[in-house]
Design a protein around this ligand. Structure first.
Ligand code: ZN
Length: 286
């Protein structure tokens, strides 16, 4: 099952076509994409019986009309240094416990947007994003999969100068500018994925002249804390709420790890892709 936010309305998606949930369910489920996570079990039971391809009312859509599939999460959790090679390029040790920060929820944005660069040291971080369904506290690893709604693609955009400002550094501010948490295009339930613990993750930068450069090329098989363990460990401290969003960390290949450092400039386009989940696109402006 794939769900998305099409012009502010909850839809089921298959390929290039979408089905409006409120209409197709005769009002049993509302149009608000943020409200569905509170009724996740009920919703998936209904949605699993719908054949989007043949349902009456299914229509083509434009990706520019997609919003964030979880548009108003109460918590947006970021995990740092969750790939060994990325910890190495950052010159930091491999963590024994998840390194956690927040991206403030107002930074959440849709999958196909323009982002204004607030400084000269904005960096990219392609990330698998987990969206919470039922959630809860003290979730055992064995139950973690059934507490999540699914996966989506995210970019943990990071203004490095602001991120490292002060002692100790304040990660959350540098990662919370407008448009710095784009997610989408859809939330994909894990049963759609052959191996949800092994998904290719990449970032490509398209220059103003059209030149494409693949800068990140990793796999979630390399996560130090894989999804189920991460959900379990986070829930030991934080109650995970329906619709919450977890950025699970980035593979190597960020601009701050390059010598010399390489940051985003206006006119470039960032394309982030994850196997089985799709891609998101950010056009960078001054
Ligand atoms: Zn990150």
């Amino acid at each position: 099952m794939r769900i998305a936010n099409l012009a502010g309305r909850l839809v089921l998606v298959e390929g290039e076509r979408a089905l409006d949930v409120e209409t197709a369910s005769a009002g049993a489920f509302g149009a608000d994409p943020a409200a569905v996570f509170d009724r996740w079990a009920e919703f998936t039971a209904w949605a699993d019986a719908v054949d989007v391809a043949t349902a009456e009312g299914t229509a083509a859509f434009a990706s520019a009309d997609l919003g964030a599939p979880s548009p108003r999460p109460r918590q947006v959790i970021g995990v740092g240094l969750n790939y060994a090679d990325h910890a190495a390029e950052a010159g930091l040790p491999i963590p024994e416990h998840p390194v956690v920060f927040t991206k403030f929820a107002s930074s959440i944005a849709g999958p196909d947007i323009s982002v204004r660069l607030p400084g000269d040291t904005v960096d990219w971080e392609a990330e698998l994003v987990v969206v919470i369904g039922r959630g809860g506290r003290s979730i055992p690893i064995a139950e973690a999969w059934e507490r999540i709604a699914g996966f989506t693609v995210g970019q943990d955009l990071s203004e490095r100068t602001v991120q490292w400002q002060g002692t100790p550094a304040q990660f959350s501010m540098g990662k919370s500018f407008e448009g710095f948490a784009p997610i989408g295009p859809a939330i994909v339930s894990v049963d759609e994925l052959a191996d949800p613990d092994r998904l290719a993750v990449s970032t490509t930068i398209i220059g103003a002249d059209g030149t494409e450069t693949r800068v990140q090329d990793g796999s979630t098989a390399q996560l130090i804390f894989p999804v189920a363990e991460l959900v379990s460990r986070l829930s030991e401290t934080v109650e995970l709420l329906p619709g919450d969003v977890i950025f699970t960390g980035t593979p190597p290949g960020v601009g701050a790890g390059m010598k010399p450092n390489r940051y985003l400039v206006a006119g470039e386009t960032l394309v982030t892709e994850i196997e089985g989940l799709g891609r998101i696109t950010q056009r960078l402006t001054a």
